[in-house]
Design a protein around this ligand. Structure first.
Ligand code: PBG
Length: 344
């Protein structure tokens, strides 16, 4: 048997080891922790994604996203008022299109009376001074659930971009302030910028989903917009490979050169390294999308009593700030805003 010299750590001995450096000093009191805090989360960091559906005074829970509902246009207007009261800067509007209106080329995306356009107009008609962002991609409108126009097995790039430009013009005409191309076609940002400028929408901003990965974390969103059942194959020929990081730099570089005002990384928490790299490389407004699957995981664990849901919600959003994000699209936006307003 080996015998050890039992260690005796006296205060003096530890001072010698630490040379007087004790990092716990700053953590001892609440006021001190607040004083030395490096990052803050405020309501100004939030973008709130909402789902709109047909009908009047209708709300429908999204089963895989507890606490999130699809809302008819009139109720989306109520939520926009709530967002205003909470001082949330912007809403992102996604449609659950009637399956009957979906076709191979996403024709309904070009209908200026589609759900997204009606929601934008209704919010604008109330005179609410809140940012409106709309998604540019065809998936909520196509029968095959892809973001672009399909030919055989493949998604056509240039034909899709042409369609996306028309979609964006219709959205801008309905009052969308920020166009969010989430389709990952090559050249779409430049084409959108040109189309917007040539049609009198010089002030319409573009928030490019620059680094959007082919991710399993989008499942519950596809439930919410009703594309899960219909999606043929997967999106790996246009969304990015989760194994790549240099490629995110090239995507962002192109989007910025083509005229993106802001860029985004999606999903969020599993891709914090990408947010940090893009922010360090480009110094442009950079956003994170805490996507549906991330939300669902937190909610599921919280519902089981396995984690403290509110605490993890706040911690996850702070993680985005720490990684360098200027803001976060999150289904938690109204709940976070309420917690922040309570002053915690
Ligand atoms: C579609 C789009 C998706 C999301 C936002 N826009 C899904 C997809 O690419 O399949 C996902 C958002 C989320 O999961 O919360 N272009």
């Amino acid at each position: 048997t080996t015998s050890f010299r039992s260690p005796s750590i006296t205060g003096d001995h530890m001072d010698e080891i630490l040379g007087g450096r004790r990092l716990r000093r700053n953590r001892r009191t609440d006021w001190s922790r607040r004083l030395v805090r490096e990052n803050t989360l405020t309501v100004d960091d939030l973008i709130w994604p909402v789902f709109v559906m047909e009908g009047t005074n209708v709300r429908e829970p999204v089963p895989s996203m507890p606490g999130v509902e699809r809302l008819s246009v009139d109720l989306v207007v109520r939520e926009a008022e709530r967002a205003m009261r909470l001082a949330i800067p912007m809403l992102a509007i996604f449609p659950n299109t009637d399956p009957e209106l979906r076709d191979a080329t996403g024709t309904e995306a070009l209908n200026d009376q589609n759900l997204v356009c009606r929601a934008c107009r209704a919010i604008r008609a109330e005179g609410l001074n809140i940012g409106l962002m709309t998604d540019v991609a065809l998936d909520p409108y196509t029968s095959h659930g892809h973001d672009g126009i399909m030919s055989g097995e493949s998604i056509l790039n240039d034909e899709t971009v042409e369609q996306l430009c028309r979609q964006a013009l219709i959205q801008a005409g309905a009052g969308s302030d920020v166009i969010g191309p989430s389709d990952m076609m090559d050249g779409r940002v430049g084409a959108l910028r040109q189309a917007l400028d040539q049609n009198g929408f010089r002030d319409t901003q573009i928030l490019a989903y620059s680094a959007k990965y082919a991710s399993g974390f989008y499942g519950p969103f596809r439930d919410a917009v009703g594309t899960n059942a219909t999606l043929i194959g997967d999106k790996r020929t246009y969304q990015m490979d989760p194994a790549n990081t240099d490629e995110a730099i090239r995507e962002a570089e192109m989007d910025i050169a083509e005229g993106a005002d802001m860029i985004m990384v999606k999903p969020g928490l599993p891709y914090l390294d990408i947010i940090r790299r893009l922010k360090d490389t480009f110094q442009v407004p950079t956003f994170a999308y805490q996507v549906s699957g991330e939300y669902a995981m937190v909610e599921a664990a919280a519902a089981n009593g396995w984690i403290d849901g509110e605490r993890v919600m706040m911690e996850s959003l702070m993680a985005f700030k720490r990684a360098g994000a200027d803001g976060i699209l999150t289904y938690y936006a109204p709940r976070v805003a309420e917690v922040l307003a309570r002053g915690r």
